[in-house]
Design a protein around this ligand. Sequence first.
Ligand SMILES: [Zn+2]
Ligand SMILES: [Zn+2]
Length: 180
Amino acid sequence: MPKLFCACAPKAVFEPCELQPGLSAKRCTACRSVLLAMPDYRAWRDQHFSELPAVEPAPQSGREAPSKARACPSCGRLMSRYRTGNAESFWLDFCPSCERVWLDDGEWETLEQSGLAPYLDLILSEAWQKRVQAQRTVSSRDELLRARFGEDALMEIRRIKAWLAQQPNRRDILTFLAEP
Ligand SMILES: [Zn+2]
Ligand SMILES: [Zn+2]
């Protein structure tokens, strides 16, 4: 296997490390980011987790830290980017041709703390990415409404809206409400 160089510093290289007992990866000597080969990861996961309960992404809305696409330290191609979709959502960089995930220093630990460490394959799926995007859209719309009306008014508006939806003559009610 060719030597892996990290772009963070001229002489930075990746050295073997253990993320978990039995889970080997490579860590950059300078920026401490981690390169994880999916075949190694899958072997570790399948050995330690026989059944995985279903999980849903729970991303926060709001602005994400901007980050640029990275070149794979192994093949040099641009890596694909995937939102993790947990509360502190961050991007995972994944090289499909080398089957490697690149995590910044501390991101593996964040995945572990949020219980997502065994779900890397799920996170890298199109279905998960779509769900994260949909949830982010809903929660940022909620934030806009909350900023506009305030929490109490927003709850009242939602209650009235739900009630209105059940009224057969809701159009008349709305017309009446809109009258000065
Ligand atoms: Zn580095
Ligand atoms: Zn690659």
